[in-house]
Design a protein around this ligand. Structure first.
Ligand code: SF4
Ligand code: SF4
Length: 408
C-alpha cells in the first residue's frame, strides 16, 4: 500500500480509501458477514481511511459495529458527514453529529465533512446558524479532528468556497471522464495548494468499470491486458500528485484484491504519454455513447411515485453504449415494467422532489422524458399491455421502492 501525507494534519493516509456507501447488500440491507470480511481484509491490506455518512442507510452502524468488534477503531481514520441538505437550524448540528458518533461507536471523528456542498450561499446559511462556532467547539473538545466538505457544485463556486474558511480537507468528484466537470482539474490543483484532496467517484459509480461501451473496453485491452478498465480508471486518478487518496466503493473481495494490488504501485506521475493517449481514445468513445451522466448514487430516491430514476438512466445509457436490446433488457429489469408495480419513467408526475438532490445537477424530469420516448415506444407499450393481459395483471401502479445500483 502506498501512503500520502495529509499536508494539514501530517496523517499518513492510504491512497486507497474505502467508500462505504457501496457495502455489499442483500435485498437492500447491508450484508454484515460480507461487509465484515471486506472491511477487515482491507485493513489487513493497509487501508486506513473509511468514508461513510449520516445519510447512507445502515452504513455508519455497520462500520462502527465491525471496528468495535475487532478493536481496530484507533487503527483507522473515519470520515463521516453532516447531512447539510436536511439541516433545518443550529440545533441539528449536534443532533446529527451525536447520532453519527453513536452509530459509529466512537467519541471522535477523524475527518468530518459538510456533505454535498454546492455553493457559497449554502455556506452562508450555515454560517448564519453559527456553524463556525460549532466547529470551533467540536475541534476544541477533540470530537472533530479535521473539518472539510464534500462538493457537488460548479467550478466557480468551488474556487470561492475553498477560500471562505480554513478548511482542512475537501472531497471532490474526479475521474478521467470528469476532468472539467464540477471542481475539475482547476479546482483540484487550487485546493491541493492548501489542503489534502480526497477523490470520490473515481469510477463514476462503477460506470467506468463495468458499464463501458465495448469499443472503450477493446481500447484498454489492446493497450494492456494487465489492467482492467477499473484499474485504468484508478491509476488515472492516482497518477496526479495533487490527489491525496481516492475512495473506492468496493462490494466484492475481487474488487478489493485488485484495488490493493494497484494501490501498491500507485505513484504520482506513473503514467506516460502512451497511456494518456489511451485515455483520450476511450474518452472519445464514452462521450459518444453516454447520454445521461447519472452515477447511480441514489440521492434522488425514493421517488413518491416509485420511479427507479438511476435504473431508468442506466438502461437508457446501456442502449447507446452496449446496444438497444441489452439496454432494453436492463431497463425492463430495473424498472420492473412488466410487474404490477413498476418504476418506469411514465409513472413520473413531475413533482420535482428528486431534482434538488442530484449531485450531478441532472434535469431529471427532462431526462426521464427522454428515456420514456426511447425505451417505452408505442410498440413496446402495446407489447407490455398484451403481456400483462395474458398474465391477468391490472393497471400499473408506482411501487415506491428504492432503486439500487452497484459500482466500484
Ligand atoms: S419528478 Fe418524477 S421522478 Fe422525480 S420524484 Fe417526482 S414523480 Fe418521482
Ligand atoms: S439522477 Fe442524480 S441523484 Fe439520482 S442516481 Fe443519478 S446521479 Fe444520483
Amino acid at each position: 500500500m502506498q501512503y500520502r501525507i495529509d499536508k494539514v494534519s501530517g496523517n499518513k493516509l492510504s491512497v486507497l480509501g474505502f467508500g462505504c456507501m457501496r457495502f455489499p447488500k442483500n435485498l437492500g440491507i447491508i450484508d454484515m458477514r460480507k461487509t465484515e470480511e471486506l472491511v477487515m481484509a482491507s485493513i489487513a491490506g493497509g487501508v486506513n481511511y473509511f468514508d461513510t455518512a449520516y445519510a447512507y442507510p445502515g452504513n455508519e452502524e455497520a462500520l462502527g459495529t465491525i471496528l468495535e468488534k475487532h478493536r481496530v477503531r484507533d487503527k483507522v481514520f473515519i470520515a463521516t458527514k453532516l447531512p447539510v441538505l436536511i439541516v433545518k437550524g443550529p440545533g441539528d448540528f449536534d443532533r446529527y453529529f451525536n447520532k453519527s458518533l453513536e452509530r459509529l461507536r466512537t467519541d471522535y471523528i477523524d475527518y468530518f465533512l459538510l456533505h454535498m456542498m454546492t455553493d457559497t450561499d449554502q455556506w452562508g446559511r450555515l454560517k448564519a446558524w453559527g456553524i463556525e462556532e460549532w466547529i470551533a467547539g467540536k475541534k476544541k473538545s477533540g470530537q472533530i479532528r479535521q473539518i472539510g466538505f464534500s462538493y457537488h457544485g460548479g467550478q466557480t463556486e468551488f474556487l470561492k468556497l475553498i477560500d471562505e474558511y480554513p478548511w482542512e480537507f475537501c472531497q471532490i468528484q474526479y475521474n478521467y471522464s470528469d476532468e472539467n466537470f464540477q471542481a475539475g482539474v482547476t479546482g483540484l490543483r487550487k485546493a491541493a495548494e492548501k489542503m489534502p484532496v480526497v477523490i470520490m467517484e473515481p469510477l463514476l459509480g462503477g460506470r467506468l468499470a463495468d458499464a463501458l461501451p465495448g469499443d472503450a473496453v477493446s481500447i484498454f485491452k489492446k493497450a494492456g491486458d494487465y489492467l482492467s478498465p477499473a484499474g485504468w480508471g484508478l491509476n488515472w486518478v492516482w497518477n496526479q500528485e495533487e490527489v491525496c487518496l481516492l475512495l473506492s466503493g468496493m462490494s466484492t473481495m475481487a474488487q478489493l484484491e485488485e484495488n490493493l494490488r494497484l494501490a501498491d504501485r500507485a505513484l504520482p506521475g506513473m503514467l506516460g504519454e502512451g497511456e494518456r493517449d489511451v485515455y483520450r481514445q476511450v474518452l472519445g468513445v464514452i462521450n459518444r455513447a453516454y447520454r445521461i451522466r447519472c452515477t447511480g448514487c441514489n440521492y434522488c430516491m425514493p421517488c413518491p411515485k416509485g420511479v427507479n430514476i438511476p435504473g431508468c438512466f442506466a438502461g437508457y445509457n446501456a442502449a447507446f453504449s452496449i446496444g438497444y436490446v441489452a439496454g432494453l433488457q436492463q431497463f425492463v429489469t430495473s424498472t420492473g415494467i412488466i410487474s404490477e408495480k413498476t418504476g418506469s419513467p411514465s409513472q413520473c408526475v413531475k413533482c420535482g422532489k428528486c431534482e434538488g438532490h442530484c449531485p450531478q445537477h441532472l434535469p431529471i424530469i427532462k431526462n426521464l422524458e427522454q428515456v420514456r420516448k426511447k425505451m417505452e415506444p408505442l410498440w413496446f407499450r402495446c407489447g407490455i399491455a398484451i403481456f400483462r393481459k395474458i398474465l391477468g395483471r391490472g393497471r400499473r401502479k408506482g411501487n415506491g421502492s428504492r432503486g439500487e445500483t452497484q459500482g466500484a
